[in-house]
Design a binder for this molecule. Structure first.
Ligand SMILES: O=C(O)CCC(=O)C(=O)O
Length: 331
């Protein structure tokens, strides 16, 4: 009696096993784009399979570059016409880029950052205002927290060596704010070179460290796309240490840890040398505080104009003209 029951059970189990194997086989024989979407682990990159690359050509969508640092590429955030407008607004005002020397306030020319750059006024034109507001919505930081847009042009050989954008949190004084995030708008494509590289990026999926030992990484400007295998599936991560500029897309990354207590060591980044062609990009540095807070202390008050490049009434959002300007602006 007992042995008959066991035999039946075994027969059923092997049927289920064969069925499972057959379904698995059918699943893997289907072309990738018609397979049902499966969200494995916490791999947000898997969501990519909901739209094909052609379908995504004009959509705004987010590619996870890395979770350490928190870095994301927002595809199609702005149009070619908006990119060209920003380039044309800046072309005649370029000066050699500066960098802060050895922690001193005095900015100086250096071999460290060899691009030319120009700064646009906050809300300078309707397009600039729309970009500021779009970035504000994207990061959930009010536009007032952004330093004014810095536009950079790199010619062949020009670069920005590895650096951090945030400052030491310990050295912050009352009224001072730090750079919480950086948003790089790619205003042109580059013939060759000019990638943005994160030498220390870890290809973590969220904070899931289980697969850390299986991670591959590249550490130099010539690194390519990364692949990672989590048995039994091979999945393509959108992660890469080296981001290739694509006109209309924006690279967003966070310079501080999520609680804004310290600089994220992995946010180290560089602008790789342009090899051929020209690279134009625009940087928004997004601050933990707004300039209105900085106005309350004398030592930060004098820097407000430098950082935010705007008149006080603009910063305060005052004035009839400004209100009607915003009413007509589409974000
Ligand atoms: O141009 C790039 O790709 C990097 C720019 C950059 O490092 C910065 O603006 O902080």
């Amino acid at each position: 009696m007992m042995s008959r029951l066991l035999r039946k059970l075994r027969a059923r189990l092997s049927k289920a096993l064969y069925l499972g194997l057959a379904l698995g086989l059918v699943y893997f024989c289907l072309p990738k784009d018609v397979r049902p979407a499966v969200v494995r682990d916490r791999n947000y990159a898997e969501h990519d399979i909901t739209l094909s690359l052609e379908e995504k050509a004009n959509e705004t969508w987010v590619e996870v570059i890395s979770w350490s640092p928190r870095a994301f590429l927002v595809h199609n955030l702005f149009t070619d016409a908006e990119a060209d407008h920003v380039v044309e607004m800046s072309r005649d005002h370029l000066k050699r880029s500066l960098t802060k020397g050895g922690g001193k306030e005095d900015a100086k020319r250096s071999k460290f950052r060899t691009s030319d750059s120009s700064s646009l006024e906050k809300y300078q034109t309707r397009v600039v205002a729309a970009l500021e507001e779009r970035v504000a919505i994207l990061l959930s930081y009010p536009a007032l927290h952004q330093e004014s847009l810095k536009v950079l042009r790199y010619n062949p050989g020009q670069l920005y060596k590895p650096h951090f954008d945030a400052f030491s949190v310990k050295k912050q004084r009352p009224g001072d704010s730090n750079r919480a995030a950086t948003v790089i708008l790619y205003l042109t494509e580059v013939e060759e070179g000019g990638e943005t590289n994160f030498p220390r990026a870890k290809l973590d999926i969220g904070y899931d460290m289980r697969h850390r030992d299986r991670m591959e990484r590249t550490t130099s400007c010539d690194g390519g796309r990364m692949w990672r295998t989590i048995l039994p599936f091979e999945i393509k991560l959108s992660s890469t240490n080296t981001v290739t500029p694509k006109k209309g897309s924006a690279l967003v990354f966070y310079d501080l840890d999520p609680a804004a207590n310290y600089i994220d060591d992995d946010s180290l980044h560089e602008g790789c040398p342009v090899i051929s062609g020209e690279k134009w990009s625009g940087t928004f540095w997004v601050r933990t505080g707004s300039p209105l807070e900085a106005l309350t202390t004398p030592h930060t008050k004098r820097r407000v104009k430098d950082l935010f490049g705007a008149k006080l009434e603009v910063l305060r959002g005052e004035g009839k003209k400004l209100r009607s300007f915003f009413k007509q602006t589409r974000y």
